[in-house]
Design a protein. Structure first.
Length: 258
């Protein structure tokens, strides 16, 4: 009973702390830095960065951006600013210049892989992670994406939203156990996890220090791998198989929608 009451109290304290940090952030400045407007779910500000400029096909079938080309960034307020995670959609020749700028700005690249096999042109998905001032991070990510052709211009006049799609949506809803929605010619489902997911980012405890040490070690390892990939590329050599597997292995992650 005592443990349950303590956990409930801690949950309330964490929620209030998160709301306090959210109130301290000027989200209009984050919007301006990215040139995007966020959708807000609770304390999370989510920015869609779809690659609407790409004409990607798989076995002759055109892939809609809402299906598998929807890059995104999510900002969650916490101690020290905000935790930022996201997925950036890039072509093969955009990977190195974007990654170089991200790493130089202190943004971690936690994965790089493909979601679409046999895509033409080939597309890759770069997962990013950062913690700190959200405006600074947004500015850094926008600058890094300036090395790609990711569109950030003024949005085109919105087309009339089509709410019908040639699919048995009732059967799909029943199979998934959730209600989907039509977006950009695609029927999408959003199924959040019910259990709480936490991550230690800062803190003076032994566990917080250990987490920071692990992040530093991961960053050093990523930097070393990136240098080896760059050196192989400059010499016109294929990357070592270990790094090729690490950076270009598809893992079937679900693609968040834009």
């Amino acid at each position: 009973m005592r443990t349950t009451a303590l956990l409930a109290a801690l949950t309330v304290m964490v929620a209030l702390a998160g709301q306090s940090h959210a109130d301290e952030i000027d989200w209009t400045k984050v919007d301006a830095a990215l040139g995007k407007t966020a959708s807000v779910q609770g304390n999370v500000h989510r920015y869609g960065i779809p690659r609407s400029d790409l004409q990607v096909t798989v076995d002759g079938v055109t892939i809609k951006p809402a299906l598998a080309l929807g890059g995104w960034l999510g900002f969650e307020p916490m101690v020290g600013g905000a935790l930022v995670m996201g997925d950036l959609v890039l072509t093969e020749n955009e990977i190195e210049p974007v990654m170089t700028k991200l790493l130089a700005s202190g943004i971690d690249v936690t994965a790089l892989h493909n979601h679409l096999l046999r895509a033409n042109p080939a597309t890759y998905y770069m997962h990013v992670h950062g913690h700190g001032d959200p405006v600074t991070i947004a500015t850094a990510i926008r600058a890094a994406l300036g090395e790609s052709k990711t569109p950030f211009g003024p949005p085109a006049a919105p087309a009339p939203q089509v709410t019908q799609i040639d699919l048995d949506t009732l059967a799909l809803d029943e199979a998934i156990g959730a209600k989907g929605k039509v977006n950009g010619g695609v029927y999408q489902f959003s199924v959040p996890r019910k259990d709480a997911i936490t991550e230690r980012v800062t803190g003076s405890t032994r566990h917080g220090s250990r987490h920071r040490d692990q992040l530093s070690a991961n960053r050093r390892r990523q930097d070393g791998d990136h240098r080896r990939l760059r050196d192989h590329s400059q010499r016109g050599e294929p990357p070592h198989p270990r790094f090729a597997r690490k950076w270009h292995r598809g893992n079937g992650d679900p693609q968040p929608y834009a």
